[in-house]
Design a protein around this ligand. Sequence first.
Ligand code: ZN
Ligand code: ZN
Ligand code: ZN
Length: 279
Amino acid sequence: MNISILGSGTSHGIPVVGCDCPVCTSKDPFDKRMRSSLLVEGGGVSLVIDTGPEFRLQVIRAGLKKLDAVLLTHPHADHLHGLDDVRPFSHKKAIEVFGNDATIEELKERFSYIFRITQEGGGKPRLAPKTVTRQFTLGGLTITPIPCKHGELDILGWYIIESGAKSGAENNANTPAGRGILYLTDCSTLPLKSQTLINQPEAAIIGGLREQPHPTHFSFAEALETGIKTGAKKIFLTHLCHNHSHKEITRYCAQFKKKTGIKGTKIAPAYDGLQLALY
Ligand SMILES: [Zn+2]
Ligand SMILES: [Zn+2]
Ligand SMILES: [Zn+2]
């Protein structure tokens, strides 16, 4: 299974329009952050988690040739409004779009033109929206929605494992164990029940907005502590704002490791274009 970070930025994207702060004007390519999204390729399936406003540019840059599904975390604009651009991928077959009930309802409202009967040849993507509440399979991937809170909003994280992958000890018949990937963005609370669905992911990509606390997002420390609780081998911070450069977040991660005495866990900021081959 291969994963690529298509975007690692918060809702504004970095640089923020009109901002001349040191991060927004930085020459370091690691400080350019498109809206947060992840590409997962494995088990014969290509899927993206979230389709933000830069979806088209992101998949062109990644050289993506096919897309089977979209997993949505929640319907905020920075995670959804590039969805129309899945159109070229949907010519042969409708793209399945998975989310929780509220997200799928919002999707149908925002993109109502897609679901209205209109003349043939109109430029619309073909979508098959699906509400999910429990684990399902897609090709060789086993996918588990992870309910979490984004402030007061009920949203989803996603835990994905290639079904044929060697796994560690099963702690729950419904819980794929070990070597999966966890994607958890825009989360401010991960309920205990949801924690039991996750078992030692190979990599956890977790939204941590900034060092300071925020009412609807994890801070860096909260995101890292959450990642450590899941037993992840590698933790990457994503959905990053313009308060900190890539270099500063890298330093923060090193200090966090030192302070907490965590050993054997890789902790780093995500960046646009980061690729991981998991197995
Ligand atoms: Zn967001
Ligand atoms: Zn800025
Ligand atoms: Zn959000």
